[in-house]
Design a protein. Sequence first.
Length: 352
Amino acid sequence: MQINEIHELSLWYLDQIQGQKIDTLLQACMNRLKNNATPKTASIPAFNKDKDAVLSALNNVDYTPLTNNQRKCLRQLNVSSIVLEGATKEFTLLFNMHVNDTNFVISTLDRYLKSLKTAAQAFSQAKTALPVIVPSEFIRPFEVPEGKVLTRLTFHNEASINNLVEFNDWAKRWHLIARGFSIAIDQPVEDFEVVNADRGSFILDLLAGAAAMKLICESLKALTDLAVSLTDLKTKLENVKDCKELFPKEEFETLLETAERRLEKKEDEIVESVVKTLQEKGFVKNDTAINDLSRAIKEIHKFNSLGGSMTCLASKDDEFSAETVQQLNESYKLLQDGTEIRLLEDKQADEE
């Protein structure tokens, strides 16, 4: 994680959460419940008004600028369920419990308020201290040039980079991805610029043309629904591999080879369908680049299926709006949630 991410998260929290007065509104709800003698009188219009004020404030919070690392920080501070996308549902369920268990609602709100207070103090201190400790170039927001989109790639899980061989392999793969999407719209591959790199899981910040990123966005949207069936088949095949001792060795190897060939054919059909959709919608400007585009879509799907992640950070293009940024991130999250890596993580979590 980079220093500027902490600084930007601090600014975001103080503006979006403190600015919406989430803590003050929750305190009002808790006070209202404490001051009512019975659950029946707690359901008075005044409480409903306080409750609606909380939900309205949460709906006004803009989550789109947050990166995965910043979301992890919010989880570390125990406020992610209170301030992120699921907060409205969380509080709706909690408030509906006040009739039957007012004390539980009060104690939960009290715990939430303590977490919010801790987070507010931490971010206030970070906002004040970082500009004093760190040179301005390390915390100054990156200025996205006109017509460009800033996107973060994170190489982790099975897509991690631990040595130069893996670095070379992923560099080649992302060159193929950039090449495929670029020439499909008659743009140079060099338009994909590396503007930042970080340690840890290995992070790259790419600056790319809005048209290329728009094509990637549409590809991911088209790929999301189609790739679910492929992931399901791959997961089932992995389960079959655990049963190899039940079959004669040669028969089992033949079975696996046949299954893997059919999976490859299925993937080709899915990619072909995605490309056809892109052509029908007019996103492909160069029909001679279909093979390169297909290869790029396959590679970006492989990057995802091995656990790599991509987050669109910012855009400075009228056609690639904040809404498009959100759509891209949501499409990639849906695709990521259906990968073999994520399914394995969920299975392990259930077992624990």
